[in-house]
Design a protein around this ligand. Structure first.
Ligand SMILES: C[S@@+](CC[C@H](N)C(=O)[O-])C[C@H]1O[C@@H](n2cnc3c(N)ncnc32)[C@H](O)[C@@H]1O
Length: 189
């Protein structure tokens, strides 16, 4: 783990060796997992049900996992983070055969977003692992990025929408202004 080279990026992940394009980088195991949707009459009730699920499952984890998860980023009350806010900031959608859960990962959740990512992530439901693959050759000591916009896709998200639309989507759905190299060059808000 490193301080991200991206402005406002907090911590990130960097390669320690040369990684060849197309190769499997690692498979990560979910530390905390909860359903993505709850039957409820309003969005706020559904959110409260998810928060309660997150808090209960969190309380059953080992002390070292709880300590590690509590150091992840939170865009919900960042000065006094809660596990529910950390879950909302970091959860990855795991699409299964019949349902979709959200999950947080101690390692993967340190990876920052880029609109021109060098890594793709794909949930393997049969293995119950999140698989990370190099989208191009990655030299040693290079920050690794995925796209939060297009889970399971190899396309760069810059191919399909403008900088302004990408930044709006990331701000609305993930709560940050994207400072990746592409967005910073264009600098459209
Ligand atoms: C899943 S976490 C990634 C790890 C995080 N940097 C950390 O320190 O734990 C997502 C958070 O990282 C930051 N982040 C990720 N990608 C970013 C980007 N392209 N531009 C600005 N901030 C970014 C945002 O604060 C976002 O809420």
């Amino acid at each position: 783990m490193i301080e991200s080279s991206q402005k406002d990026g907090g911590k990130g992940l960097r390669s320690t060796t040369f990684i060849k394009s197309g190769s499997l980088i690692f498979r990560d195991i979910a530390t905390l997992r909860c359903p993505n949707s709850f039957p409820a009459e309003s969005e706020s009730e559904a959110q409260a049900l998810q928060n309660s699920c997150v808090e209960t499952r969190f309380s059953h984890l080992s002390l070292s996992s709880r300590t590690s998860l509590m150091t992840l980023a939170s865009h919900v009350s960042p000065s006094s983070p809660t596990i529910a806010g950390i879950f909302q900031t970091n959860a990855v959608r795991l699409q299964g055969k019949d349902s979709a859960d959200g999950a947080i990962f101690e390692t993967f959740c340190r990876m920052n977003h880029s609109c021109n990512p060098n890594v793709s992530h794909q949930w393997k439901d049969d293995l119950q692992r999140l698989e990370l693959t190099a989208l191009r050759d990655i030299p040693p000591s290079t920050e690794m990025y995925v796209s939060y916009n297009n889970n399971n896709s190899n396309a760069s998200s810059s191919d399909v929408i403008s900088t302004k639309e990408r930044r709006k989507h990331l701000r609305d759905n993930f709560g940050f202004i994207c400072m990746c190299e592409l967005c910073v060059i264009d600098n459209e808000m």
